[in-house]
Design a protein around this ligand. Sequence first.
Ligand SMILES: *[C@@H]1O[C@H](CO)[C@@H](O)[C@H](O)[C@H]1NC(C)=O
Ligand SMILES: *[C@@H]1O[C@H](CO)[C@@H](O)[C@H](O)[C@H]1NC(C)=O
Ligand SMILES: *[C@@H]1O[C@H](CO)[C@@H](O)[C@H](O)[C@H]1NC(C)=O
Ligand SMILES: *[C@@H]1O[C@H](CO)[C@@H](O)[C@H](O)[C@H]1NC(C)=O
Length: 456
Amino acid sequence: MSLQGILLSCYVLLVTVVNCKARYEPNWESIDSRPLPDWYDKAKLGIFINWGIYTVPSFHNEWFWYRWKGTHDPDYVEFMKNNYRPDFTYPDFAADLTAEFFDPNEWARILNSSGAEYIVHSSKHHEGFGMWPTNTSFNWNSMTVGPKKDLIGELAAAIKANTSIHYGIYHSLFEWFNPIYLQDEANGYKTQNYVDTKVIPALHELINKYQPDIIWPDGDWEATSTYWRATEFLAWLYNDSPVGDTVVTNDRWGSDARCHHGGFFTCEDRFQPGVLQKRKWENAMTIDRASWGFRRDASLNGYLTTQDIIATFVETVSCGGNMLMNIGPTKEGTITPLYEERLGDMGSWLAVNGDGIKGTRPWTTQNDTLASNVWYTKKSTTVYAITLQWPTGLTFSLAAPMTQPGTTVELLGYPGTFSWKARAGKGIDIMIPDIPFNKMPCKWAWTFKINGLANV
Ligand SMILES: *[C@@H]1O[C@H](CO)[C@@H](O)[C@H](O)[C@H]1NC(C)=O
Ligand SMILES: *[C@@H]1O[C@H](CO)[C@@H](O)[C@H](O)[C@H]1NC(C)=O
Ligand SMILES: *[C@@H]1O[C@H](CO)[C@@H](O)[C@H](O)[C@H]1NC(C)=O
Ligand SMILES: *[C@@H]1O[C@H](CO)[C@@H](O)[C@H](O)[C@H]1NC(C)=O
């Protein structure tokens, strides 16, 4: 063989080896066959940030424009009549998205204090306003009006430089009042001008520019995944984008996709099935009981307590989910002290109990039948029983764990091991010592770490 021939063979071999990596095809069967990158399941907690023009009126919730001009909800119409000049338009609010106190490093510190391992940051909600400099939203983005800043870019840079948190992006596919979208809708979604000129270019721009580890679409439900060109986009994302190996995505890719196709399943908002799911899923919920965006009309009991949040979190993780917990920053660019406190509480709870959460898998049993409000997780051969109520008696009885000689019971954050007795048949009686209040390892929920079970 000539030298040229050898070189050519090597080249062919090289190209073949390079091409060995699985390539996904633009259909759901192929897209769904991609294993979810491991980091996502291990992380368990993410923080969702919904921030946009709706934060300026900051009234009731982030659907402000639609409730005011779409459904003409009297509450919103009155609010505008009483507080703004008659010809005020929704785009007029943009100038007041001032973000003068926005400090991405301070946000990074507060977000990191929660112990969360990923964030999902809104790049555009259904109002269509881009929170980054983009020609796909000409003159309706945060660089041209309002803060005159690249809000996505600044937070992404701070998170990536100074924390190990995975940076993710939320993006609404549809827009309430975009005339090009409304024309496609009027055509029965037989035309795709809006998808081709707006959605796909914006997604490519966000991914190439900010290289997020999560792409979290929403606003998909009015049309199918075929209209959104979802499988073509995902094939590019997984095969050829700069984040192909690490990126995860959800299921909000069209009315036929939710809870059926994509990456992890979010199904509906605040999805909380209470039982083990076959596919990896995420509970997207919000600390404010009624809104994703910041609202000035929230009272204290309009927010979940830390107890509420941890109860939801423990149940979610036990059933195989991750929790994506939402905060709504203000138009000035601050995270209010109440949100900051809730985030810090999560971090302090995880600092003690993280061993029973991070990197765990669901056990064969999720909640106990003898003790209520006890949820299980598992890591290797260790089972964790997380109780949302501190046991009141001298013994704490659980039905699911099957003991054997050598079984050990510990309480995370407390020294030593606890004695136990086997219950007749199945189950365990754990002896609870008299722990002084100031020696309690944490508040809200407590984790028993059980090793050497017969039924692990
Ligand atoms: C993030 O939190 C961890 C503890 O969970 C801490 O060790 C680290 O210093 C924090 N980083 C920043 C930038 O706050
Ligand atoms: C936006 O358009 C302007 C003018 O055509 C161009 O200079 C700029 O590079 C474009 N920006 C992006 C992000 O494509
Ligand atoms: C990372 O943190 C340092 C120290 O607080 C700060 O000076 C720097 O600007 C931060 N990096 C980014 C990209 O925000
Ligand atoms: C387990 O949790 C689910 C969901 O909250 C609940 O419906 C069920 O009653 C619980 N089972 C027991 C035995 O407590």
